[in-house]
Ligand binder design. Sequence first.
Ligand code: PFF
Length: 433
Amino acid sequence: MEKRPNWTSKYAFIVTAIGSAVGLGNIWRFPYIMGQNGGAIFLIVYILLISTICFIPLMNELYIGKLTKKECVGAYESINRNFKYLGALNPITGILIASFYFIVGGWIINYIFKSFFINKIQNYGQYFSDFIQNPVYPCILTLLFLFICIFYTAKGVTKGIERVNKILMPLFAIILIFLVIISLRLPNANLGLEYMFKPDFSKLNTHMILAALGQAFFTLSIGMGALLTYGSYIKEDKSLVRSVYTIILSDTTFALLAGIMIFPAVFAFGLEPNSGAGLVFVTIPKIFSQIPHGNIISFAFFILLFCAAVTSGISILEAPCATFIERFKTSRIKACCIIFGMVSIIAIPATLSFGVLGDLKVFGKTIFDFLDFLTSNIMLPMNTLFLCLISGWYLKIKGKNILNNKIMAFLFDTGLKYIVPIALICLIFMGLN
Ligand code: PFF
C-alpha cells in the first residue's frame, strides 16, 4: 500500500481543489440552469448563496479531511465507529456521479474532433440526438474519457493529479479568456450581457432559489468526499480559510466568464438562452458554424470543456480510489482497475439509455437521468447534511477554532448547526417533488 501522500505546496492544493470545483458544472450546467431560471436574478441569488451558506459545508468537508487525515470511510469511523456506513455513502456517490459525468466527457471528445467539420453539419439538434443514440461511439468515448482520468489518478496524488491540474487549469483560464473576448466582440453582445446582469425581480421564486443552491453545491464539489480526501492530503500547519475563499471566488469567476462567453453569442445569433442541457452541444456549435474561423474556435471551446471535465473527473475518482487503497490495503493501480470496472458497468447502460436502452426506466426516468437525479438531488445534499450534523452536533466543532473573526465564527456555528441543515433538507424535499 502507498504511503499517505501530501500536496507538495499550498499552490498545488489550491489549484487541484479549484480544478475539482471548476468543471462541467460551470461551463455546461451553470449557463443552462441560469438560462432556465431567469438569467440575472438567478445570478444574484447564486452569488449570495455561494458566498455565504456554501462557505460552511465546503470548509467543514476540507476541515474534517485535514483533521482526521483519512479517506472518507476512515474519517467518519474515527469520529464514531458506527458512522463508517455514512462515510461509505461518499465513495458510492462518487462512483455513481462518475457513471454519468464521464458520459458527457465522452461527448466532449467527439465534439473536439467534430470541430473541424463543424460547418458541414446541417441540423445541429438532429446531429446531437443521432450521436447520443448511437449504440457504439458514445460508449467507446465514455470509456476513453474514463481511461484518461483513471490513468492520471493511478499515477498518484503528486505525480498525476497535481501535475495534470497545474497544466490544465492555466490552459483552461487562457482559452476561456480568449473565447470571452471573441464573444464580446460579436454584434449585439450587449443583449447577452443585459440578460446576465439586468435582473427581473418578478422571476424570483423558491424553486429558483433552491436550484441556485443545488447548483452551488454541485459546482463546489461538496458532498461526495472529494474535498474531504483532498483535505486529508494537506499538511498540518496550513490554514484553510484563505483557501476556501480562493476556491469559491475562482469557481464563481469561472462560472461568470462561462456565462459571458456563452450568452452574448447566443443573443448575437437570435437563439434561445433556455434550451437546457443541449445549450453547449447544439446551440453553441450552431454559432461556431456561422463565425469566421469557427472550427478553430470550436476546437478551443471543446478543449476548454475537456480540461474542466478531466480535472473534476479526477477528483471524483480520487475519493473512491483512496478508500479502496486505505480500507483494503491494495495498490493504487489495483484500486484504479477496480474503479474502472465498477464505473464502466454502470456507465455503459447509462450511455445506452439515450438509445437502445431508452425504454428501460428506473422510477420513471432513463438510467442517465436517474443517476443525475439520485446523485445531484439526493445523495450530494444528504451526505453534506450528515457531515454538517456530525460536525455541528456530535463533534461540536467551534468556528472560533477555525476562523479568527468572532462574528464569522458565530455565523459559522449557527450555519453549521441550523441554517445549512435546514437548507439541505429543503433541497432534498424539492428534489423529491
Ligand atoms: N464540481 C464539478 C463541476 O462543477 O463540474 C462536479 C463535481 C466534481 C461534483 C466532484 C462533485 C464532485 F465531488
